[in-house]
Design a protein around this ligand. Structure first.
Ligand code: Z5A
Length: 200
């Protein structure tokens, strides 16, 4: 089973992946937790390039770097793990590229969809949890962090990214479950747990 988590910075993906992995581990499931970009030695190096605010990277190069990191992760980790019947929990997957590079940067959506298909070998998450919070709440939760290159993209950019995630959820209601992530950690997790129990 493949589950991805999506949403803007500070929406609680890392926190909720920890909760869900505890839930599955208590039930004896074998699972792996991943983050995108990242998860392999090469993908982690690409991540450092992408997030370093000293790097001047144009939008098309940025897109190819995210897709290169993804291709590497899919081939080396995700595909083998799914073939072995493991549960894969991923902090972001291809929806982030649609939201950030498509809606945010304004790149051609057809090109993004093609590259996503190519990099993922058409692997799609069984469920995607879109953890929804407002931009104000995102700013509050992340104000203590040193902003990376992506986080310096400006408020209008992030408004477009939120619109992107909202529209992805509308287009794919069978896969993408929108979760209100503005409340306390346990409240958000109870919504995720409920959705998992309904599905499996
Ligand atoms: N990106 C892209 O552009 N295109 C792509 O294709 C991909 C990614 C794959 C990756 O950054 C960046 O790359 C990201 C998208 C872009 N850029 N932006 N902006 P990342 O992985 O380093 O960071 P992130 O995923 O954006 O966010 P994060 O900081 O890791 O946040 P999170 O995992 O969603 O949240 P968290 O760490 O669980 O929580 C954040 C804080 O809020 C923390 O202090 C928590 O204790 C607190 N928190 C969490 N939940 C709650 C609740 N419920 N109440 C109160 N406080 C909470």
């Amino acid at each position: 089973m493949f589950i991805s988590f999506e949403g803007i910075d500070g929406c609680g993906k890392t926190t909720q992946i920890e909760q869900l992995s505890n839930y599955f581990e208590k039930r004896g499931a074998e699972l792996i937790k991943l983050r995108e970009p990242g998860g392999t030695a090469t993908s982690e190096q690409i991540r450092s390039i992408l997030l370093n605010h000293k790097n001047d990277i144009d939008s098309v190069t940025e897109l190819f770097l995210f897709e290169a990191a993804r291709s590497c992760l899919v081939q080396q980790i995700i595909k083998p793990a799914l073939d072995e019947g493991k549960i894969v929990l991923s902090d972001r997957f291809f929806d982030s590229t649609i939201a950030y590079q498509g809606y945010g940067r304004g790149l051609n959506m057809e090109m993004i969809n093609k590259l996503n298909e190519f990099a993922t070998q058409n692997i799609k998450p069984d469920i995607t949890f879109y953890l929804k919070i407002s931009l104000d709440l995102s700013n509050q939760r992340t104000k203590y962090k040193n902003p990376d290159r992506m986080e310096l993209s400006g408020q209008i950019f992030f408004e477009r990214v939120i619109k992107g995630f909202d529209e992805i959820a509308l287009k794919e209601p069978n896969r993408v479950i929108t979760i209100d992530s503005s409340g306390q950690v346990q409240k958000t997790f109870s919504l995720i747990e409920k959705a998992i129990n309904e599905r499996f």
